[in-house]
Design a protein around this ligand. Sequence first.
Ligand SMILES: [Fe+2]
Length: 340
Amino acid sequence: MILKQFFDEVSSTYSYLLAEREGGEALIIDSVLENIDEYLRFLGTHQLKLRKVVDTHTHADHVSGMASLRNLTACMTLVSDHSPVSKASVRIKHGDKIQIQGISLKVLYTPGHTSDSCCYHMPGFVFTGDTLLISGTGRTDFQGGDAGASYDSIVNHLFSLPPETLVYPGHDYKGENLSTIAIEKHTNPRLAGRSRAEYVAIMSNLELDDPAMMDVALPANICIGDDIGQGLDAAKILSVAEVRAKVRDANVLIVDLREDEEIEKTGTIEGCMRIPYKDLDVILLDIEHPLLQHLAEGKEVVFFCAFGERSALALSRMGDTHIDNCYHLKDGMDAWLKVH
Ligand SMILES: [Fe+2]
């Protein structure tokens, strides 16, 4: 497995790139906008295809690289379903799995530092964001922070992991880069031997200044999806009613770009073809594929996904290859399920 830790000197943020192997699919956790060239170089050197970017929470101290990485690589963006982010490919919940080739991270919803904080666990490793830092914990005094919830999240969800689990935090300010659950459980000065009430008292008396970049970072990080679909021909963007009218039309192929786990939760549109978004590039090279055959006959294709991000990216991709007759469902299955 490839696990690369990147460090942003300005905000002392750790970002992580995961992949099963050279030449395979990659995932980046907590990217920083200023460092995306470094990630792209690493991806290129190891011939990795970036599939997904995910943040552990909405950051206040740096601008996330998620939007730029999506725009440059057409990867998927994932955020917590408690996130204030306006638009993303997928909204993840406690217990969900974030999967790329050969790697599966389990989502642990761990509110406290912020109301949208999550940690990501796979056997042997946990990426803790600001929920649990080395000899510390993330502040709980803004963005829906709650010291009691922070304690509960750490004790119930992180300290119950196997003690040897490696802890990869979202920040470090003292040059540390790695810990374990056992070390933090027994030596973290805010937690070791502390009751919940003692922890809440400690967190209530930190008296920290606001992060230097807070006024810039928070608004930027909340609107990472706002530019999706801009530049698309308005006639290619369909409402739920317009797609409903096409469902039984033999000249229209409706394509669900979501992954199996997402489809299992919500169901899908009757008669649609399922093509996971990540497979689209390969399919566009396969002239025998039913999607291309359908288009070759001059018929229409309507893409949809969870929230309209992947389908908008797919539409751009089709436009790049000069394939016309493609449309997408605005706001995806989320909108479909809301309109009866
Ligand atoms: Fe944070």
